[in-house]
Design a protein around this ligand. Structure first.
Ligand code: G
Ligand code: G
Ligand code: MN
Ligand code: NA
Length: 252
């Protein structure tokens, strides 16, 4: 309960921050995933696994989600002014509850025009949980956002219930191989088979594919042999505060 009441004040008190994790594609840094952090005055850094579910239950995720989008778009605008950073994209995680709001599309459009961010640099990460009901609504919203240039990645692919039928009808740009399949990819032939299947599926649907949770060169090489050419994980970088991420990006 204490955490919950603190959470309500956290936005007003500006206790949230975004960290950025590198995304590599074709051997170069192509962008980042924005991951929210809560710097609690007593508890220190509270990981999202502890407060995102709470924010979803209480509905605070709607305001938090809007703040994340706004902060990411403002960041894109800053990068746009620097030729060394202007190509970088930001992927933002969107909760089902946030995406389901009837005005989600206009909210994103409003944030993009107010901040003047390039929609082509913004990618929204959706999870399979969204694809279980009212898929028509999801398809419609995705198309509206795609029409203004926003991209989509299917997060945690393989851990949920997506039907391959819907996958064909949803305008995703990229699938993310969940890190649970990457972790033991060198030793577990089932995981290796699943990863290979996801890469093949993405290719045949004409989608990009990125592997999450890449921690070692051996995992990277294995994935490259499967023709997965985009990666995210500690092998390259942990999620970093903005200053450190920019330093990382400029050193690239
Ligand atoms: O690295 P990590 O501990 O940051 O993230 C843990 C979980 O929290 C992941 O499932 C991630 O998708 C989720 N998460 C991180 N940032 C956000 C955010 O801004 N919005 C939502 N909805 N989920 C997030
Ligand atoms: O659920 P989602 O994929 O949005 O969240 C990404 C989560 O994965 C974050 O918690 C992030 O910190 C974590 N993560 C990113 N790279 C790695 C990695 O290489 N290893 C592990 N164990 N976790 C990672
Ligand atoms: Mn994600
Ligand atoms: Na994921």
């Amino acid at each position: 309960v204490a955490l919950e009441s603190d959470l309500h004040e956290a936005l007003a008190k500006q206790q949230f921050q975004l960290h950025y994790q590198a995304q590599m594609s074709g051997g170069v840094l192509s962008g980042s995933e924005a991951l929210v952090r809560w710097l609690h005055p007593q508890r220190g850094l509270v990981p999202p696994d502890e407060f995102i579910p709470l924010a979803e239950e209480t509905g605070l995720i709607l305001q938090l989600g809007a703040w994340v989008l706004e902060t990411a778009c403002a960041q894109l605008v800053q990068w746009a002014a620097n030729p060394e950073l202007s190509h970088l994209s930001i992927a933002v995680n969107v909760s089902a509850r946030q995406f389901r709001k009837p005005d989600f599309v206009s909210q994103v459009g409003e944030i993009l025009s107010r901040t003047d961010a390039n929609p082509k640099r913004l990618k929204l990460e959706l999870t399979e949980s969204l694809l279980v009901e009212d898929v028509d609504d999801v398809i419609e919203k995705m198309h509206e956002l795609k029409n203004i240039g926003v991209g989509f990645a299917l997060d945690d692919f393989g851990t949920g219930y997506s039907s391959l039928y819907y996958l064909k009808h949803l305008p995703f740009d990229q699938m993310k191989i969940d890190r649970s399949f990457v972790r033991d990819i060198l030793d577990d032939t089932n995981d290796a088979t699943i990863a290979r299947t996801i890469v093949t599926l993405a290719q045949s649907l004409g989608l990009g594919v990125i592997a999450e949770g890449v921690e070692s060169l051996e995992q990277l090489e294995f994935l490259a042999e499967l023709h997965c050419h985009a990666y995210q994980g500690y092998y390259f970088s942990r999620p970093l505060p903005i200053d450190e991420f920019e330093e990382y990006a400029l050193g690239y």
